[in-house]
Design a protein around this ligand. Structure first.
Ligand code: E4P
Length: 216
C-alpha cells in the first residue's frame, strides 16, 4: 500500500519524505488555505520538488469548462501533478476529457460505491472515498472502501483506490487489510503509527541498564 500525505505543509511533507512515507501528496482547498495566502501554482510546484509521486491539485471551478481550464493549467506545473475533480456530473465530464488528453484525475468526495463505479467509467486514475466524514455521520467509512475494492477487483479498471479522510492508525491498518492501493493521511496519523508505550518503556529500560553497568 502506498502512503500519501494529506497536507499542503512543506515541512510535514519533507519530514515524511525523509521517512520514505510520502509516495504522493493530496491537497484540497482547505489544506491549501491552512498555509495562508500562498500562490497556489507555486505551492504545488514546491510540493512537486519534494515528492516524485502523484501530487493532487484540486479544481475550484464548478462547471466542466472551468475544471478543464484549471486542469490543463495545473497539469503543466510538473509531470507528477494529478488533477482533483469532485464527484459531480460536471466533475466526471471533466474527468473523461482530461483523461482522454493524458491528464490523470483523482476523483474526490466519493461517498458511495455507485459513485466509485461512475468515476472508474469516466477514466479516473484515482478514486478518493472519504472514510472519516462518513464515520462522522454515523455511517461506516471502512465498508465503503471495502465495497469499492471488491467491485473494482471484478474488472480491469485502471482506477486506484485512494482511501481518504483518514483520521486514525486503525483506519490505516484496516484499509491495508482490505487491500486499498493507497492511504492518504495527515502527518499526525503518520506520527501516531510509530507510537507504542511498550517501545518507549523498553527503550528507556535498555538505556538505563546500559548506563547502570558503566557503559556510556
Ligand atoms: C483527500 O484527498 C482529502 O483531502 C482529505 O482526505 C479529506 O479529509 P478530511 O475529511 O479529514 O478533511
Amino acid at each position: 500500500m502506498k502512503f500519501f500525505l494529506d497536507t499542503a505543509n512543506l515541512e510535514e511533507i519533507r519530514e515524511a519524505a525523509t521517512l520514505g512515507l510520502a509516495d504522493g501528496v493530496t491537497t484540497n482547498p482547505t489544506l491549501i488555505s491552512k498555509e495562508g495566502n500562498v500562490d497556489f501554482k507555486q505551492h504545488i510546484a514546491a510540493i512537486c520538488e519534494i515528492v516524485q509521486g502523484p501530487v493532487s491539485a484540486e479544481c475550484t471551478s464548478e462547471d466542466t469548462d472551468g475544471m478543464l481550464r484549471e486542469g490543463r493549467e495545473y497539469s503543466k506545473i510538473a509531470p507528477n501533478v494529478v488533477i482533483k475533480c469532485p464527484l459531480t456530473m460536471n466533475g466526471l465530464k471533466a474527468t473523461r476529457i482530461l483523461d482522454s488528453e493524458g491528464i490523470k484525475v483523482n476523483v474526490t468526495l466519493c461517498f458511495s460505491p455507485a459513485q466509485a463505479i461512475l468515476a472508474a467509467k469516466a477514466g479516473a486514475s484515482f478514486i478518493s472515498p472519504f472514510m472519516g466524514r462518513l464515520d462522522d455521520i454515523g455511517e461506516n467509512g471502512l465498508n465503503l472502501v471495502s465495497d469499492i475494492v471488491e467491485i473494482y477487483r471484478n474488472y480491469n479498471w485502471k482506477t486506484q483506490v485512494l482511501a481518504a479522510s483518514i483520521r486514525s492508525p486503525v483506519h490505516v491498518i484496516e484499509v491495508a487489510r482490505i487491500g486499498a492501493d493507497i492511504a492518504t493521511m495527515p502527518f499526525k496519523v503518520v506520527q501516531q503509527l510509530f507510537q507504542h508505550p511498550l517501545t518507549d518503556k523498553g527503550q528507556a529500560q535498555f538505556l538505563a541498564d546500559w548506563r547502570k553497568s558503566g557503559h556510556k
